[in-house]
Design a protein around this ligand. Structure first.
Ligand SMILES: O=P(O)(O)OC[C@H]1O[C@H](OP(=O)(O)OP(=O)(O)O)[C@H](O)[C@@H]1O
Ligand code: HPA
Ligand SMILES: [Mg+2]
Length: 167
């Protein structure tokens, strides 16, 4: 039990770091499609999955890229996960087999649970994972503790900080 606010245990990720971690995820997924072959398509779970999905599609030379829009948080408050936009049916096939579905992170696993129900044979990959949602993801790069809030570079800006020995 902690009286810390979520942002007080923060894992701050730079553009460089997410680029490296997304590349590492791509290399791990290479030639792991059906029968050890290539993936047919990349689907990003927007909005957070867009940047990692772009990097992965580039690394693996996948040109078929689509999105699924799932909204589950208002800032740091979790709400019911809902699908606002589905990917193209001809890309997904009946069950998503051969498709890589990418998100920036899995936290409680609610978002992936919803998308998995729609496409049970797709491969689900995130760059970061928290323990509660780890069972929902097939591949990930870095695990952080459940009480850590991950701050992504698209939500941050460079700013002045007071020196350690303040005035
Ligand atoms: O495992 P869960 O507990 O479901 O949480 C993970 C999801 O929450 C965040 O998305 P969010 O719904 O905040 O939307 P965004 O990607 O547009 O920021 C994050 O990008 C994941 O998609
Ligand atoms: O730790 C997090 N960081 C950013 N967005 C999130 N959405 C769920 N958990 C997180
Ligand atoms: Mg998201």
């Amino acid at each position: 039990m902690s009286d810390r606010l979520p942002h007080e245990k923060g894992f701050h990720i730079s553009w460089d770091q997410i680029h490296r971690d997304s590349r590492a995820l791509a290399w791990r997924l290479d030639k792991h499609g059906p029968d050890g072959g290539d993936w047919r398509a990349v689907v990003a779970i927007t909005r957070g999955g867009l940047a990692p999905a772009m990097i992965i599609a580039r690394e693996l030379d996948i040109r078929v890229v689509d999105t699924i829009s799932v909204k589950s948080y208002d800032h740091q408050t979790q709400a019911q996960a809902t699908v606002l936009k589905a990917p193209q049916a001809d890309i997904m096939g009946t069950d998503g087999e051969g498709v890589l579905i990418i998100d920036d992170l899995v936290d409680t696993g609610k978002t992936l649970e919803l998308v998995r129900r729609m496409f049970p044979k797709a491969h689900f990959a995130t760059v970061y994972a928290k323990p509660q949602g780890r069972g929902m993801v097939d591949s990930f790069i870095t695990e952080v503790s459940q009480d850590t809030w991950i701050f992504f570079p698209w939500d941050m800006a460079l700013q002045y900080v007071e020196p350690y020995r303040g005035t």
